[in-house]
Design a protein around this ligand. Structure first.
Ligand code: DC
Length: 221
């Protein structure tokens, strides 16, 4: 099991997916699970401050992840419907950290994530994987990058998806989400003591993957 944590835009999903492909491991994107649930909560009009209502909604929610080689993403099926293309909208971006902040939402998600990783052979990315979800993962990485670099990456990602967004707005949104993710009392974004720190600010994706892969091959041998 390999855990990849870090703040928004550090490149986790891209490198975790590539790393998984190189190792023939399964890639599990836990952020996509929180995003799918935020989407459902928005659609159902649930009060996003009501933890009990959110916990009940999640108990009645099915989230499936499937590898999607062609687009390099994880396909997300929410209650039987493909919502992959709907998970990175500004509305979901703006609400997901709030929904993910509740202990009862997180404990349900963590149970699901541990179950998915039960058989091993997975690269799981998120915020609390090395510290909480898979504390016994063989290898843990913590990816960071400067706020500016992360904002630029998200900007290009959103532009490619056809969203007309401003870089300043994205920078603010990421900083706000960092603050919410890092300051929540329950399983905050934190580097595990035994995680390897990788600062990707000045690194190309392929460089990051090669660096992580070398560490994995060395450790898993
Ligand atoms: O990695 P991402 O940007 O897709 O994550 C979306 C949100 O979900 C982010 O605000 C933090 C939250 N999240 C979390 O709290 N715990 C995880 N394991 C993964 C994501």
């Amino acid at each position: 099991m390999i855990a990849v944590d870090g703040p928004a835009g550090a490149g986790k999903s891209t490198v975790a997916r590539k790393l998984a492909a190189c190792l023939s491991f399964l890639y599990l994107d836990t952020g996509a699970m929180y995003r799918a649930f935020a989407l459902k909560a928005l659609r159902e009009g649930v009060d996003l401050r009501d933890e009990q209502a959110l916990a009940e909604l999640l108990a009645d929610t099915k989230i499936e992840l499937y590898p999607m080689a062609s687009k390099g993403l994880v396909q997300v099926i929410l209650d039987g419907n493909d919502v992959t293309a709907l998970l990175r909208t500004p509305q979901v971006n703006a609400t997901v950290a709030q929904v993910a902040g509740f202990a009862s939402v997180r404990s349900d998600m963590v149970t699901r994530q541990r179950e998915m990783a039960r058989l091993g052979g997975v690269v799981m990315d998120g915020r609390d994987i090395g510290t909480f979800v898979l504390p016994h993962a063989e290898i843990k990485f913590f990816l960071t990058a400067s706020l500016d670099a992360r904002a630029h990456r998200r900007y290009h990602e959103l532009q490619q998806l056809g969203f007309d967004v401003s870089i300043d707005r994205i920078r603010e949104e990421i900083a706000h989400r960092d603050m919410l993710d890092s300051s929540r009392p329950y399983a905050p974004l934190l580097q595990a003591r035994d995680a390897i720190l990788v600062d990707t600010t000045d690194m190309e994706v392929e460089e990051v993957v090669a660096h992580m892969l070398a560490i994995c091959r060395h450790r898993l041998d």
